[in-house]
Design a binder for this molecule. Sequence first.
Ligand code: ATP
Ligand code: MG
Length: 560
Amino acid sequence: MAEINTPEEKSLNFIEEIIEEDLKSGRYKSIITRFPPEPNGYLHIGHASSICLNFGLTKKFPGYTNLRFDDTNPTTEETEYVESIKDDVRWLGFEWKNELYASDYFDQMYAFAVKLIEKGLAYVDDSTSDQIAAMKGSPTEPGKDSPFRTRSVEENLDLFTRMKNGEFPDGSRTLRAKIDMAHVNMLMRDPVLYRIKHAHHHRTGDKWCIYPMYDMAHGQSDSIENVTHSICTLEFVPHRELYDWLIEKLEIYPSHQYEFARRNLSYTVTSKRKLLQLVNEKYVSGWDDPRMPTISGLRRAGYTPESIREFCTRIGIAKRDNMIDVSLLEFCVREHLNKIALRRMVVFDPVKVVLTNYPADGSFEIVKSEDNPEDPNTTHREIPFSRELYIEREDFMENPPKKFFRLAPGQMVRLKSAYIIKCDEVVKDSNGKITELHCTYIPESKSNADTSGIHVKGTLHWVSVAQAISVEVRLYDRLFKVENPSSEEGDFKDYINPNSLQTITTAYAEPALRNIRFADRCQFLRKGYFCLDKDTSEEKMVFNRTVTLKDTWAKEAKKA
Ligand code: ATP
Ligand code: MG
């Protein structure tokens, strides 16, 4: 990761350069940006990049950022999404100046449309959408004028009023801008501005049965709010001409549109439409399933806002669409969690160790261990140590290969923050399964007071059987088996990783894990970073693995 610049070293990105120039030249004294989500789904990591950009600009330069819900499409939008979007932006650490809704401007937008009609720049078209498409032409061929293009201003005003009044059925008429059916930019060939849709809107209810199209709503909302720099993704480059045309003809505040590349993340999909399919078809437990690339999914998985902001800073902004390796996101969260996580020991698949030279009267002692060795002021937790312990089954081998530094017959290891033990005897049941390891501990080898003179290469995590608490652990892996499921042949859902969730219902944890709260982050020693899941109940604590300690996928790639 050495090639990645730290934020301080980074120079201004191209949008920051534009803004700096605009402020220097006196074009603006301060700037206004907006984050404009359509409330038709939960925000994902791509949106985080847009949020960090828009809000980041007004942290860096004088001005402010609005949160505007682009809610002009009545059929796909819901209040649940509005609430989740607000939660996510706040959780990421940003506060908007105004909470705004494009639907609040429906009256104004209607007046804008009337103004265009009055100026002879818009007309009501009775063609169907298929007929309109057929008359569009192609990039190499001009389109054809609609037979309704020459209607009088009076007739257009009358028909548009009646469209608004609900006299016509869905799809029977549209309002179109009168620009140029031979324009080189296909979007300028008399684009549709308004359509009829008898649908209930989540905020305006049944007041409207005509709704503005994206181009008739977005720039106008920007202008109404005096947005100086309207930032969107590259697919809107061809729309900029129409954006400017409408502002010019309406003689309203000149907002300007700037475009940057969409951010896509490997091994997942970043499209609300596709994410909705995963939710509806139950491939995941919901929008906040920890395997989802949604902000709420990442939050539930244990990601921190700091790590996501750091990720967005590191990827910066680009002018060409590209795929970001998910391991960079994982790297960012690992780096942050290493600094803040409380260390705890949890055994996932136990085998019992009996220390034959430790008192058998049920007594135990307390050893202390650092909550976080990365923190110079770390606190310590108390861990009970006794005659019967659990270690991880995979940390023992009866016939180990060379360089196996964990436990084996006759071999010694250190138990973290406690003693060195030696394995003397393996006990098996009638099926040959190992049930117990009989070991002796070296009383002089206690951590921090070791006078044994013995050096061992392996250190294992462990828990004391009598005091262990049982917890559930959910281990997540990438949701897709391939880097870019959307570009593969067939349906993107054919590439779902069938092993993306492994649940361990009974893992054994040291008792200090009981004090963990939802805001805490843990490192389960040698296992990964974990956080408490909302499914936790009085009876059972449930933990999600945020990320492994190392990049296990990189290891796989090297092996292959
Ligand atoms: P989706 O295709 O996932 O539905 P969208 O672009 O339709 O995304 P909006 O709610 O319209 O979603 O987006 C709000 C803002 O976030 C827009 O300015 C949009 O350009 C930006 N945005 C959306 N997806 C990405 C992405 N992958 N990378 C960067 N910015 C994005
Ligand atoms: Mg959209």
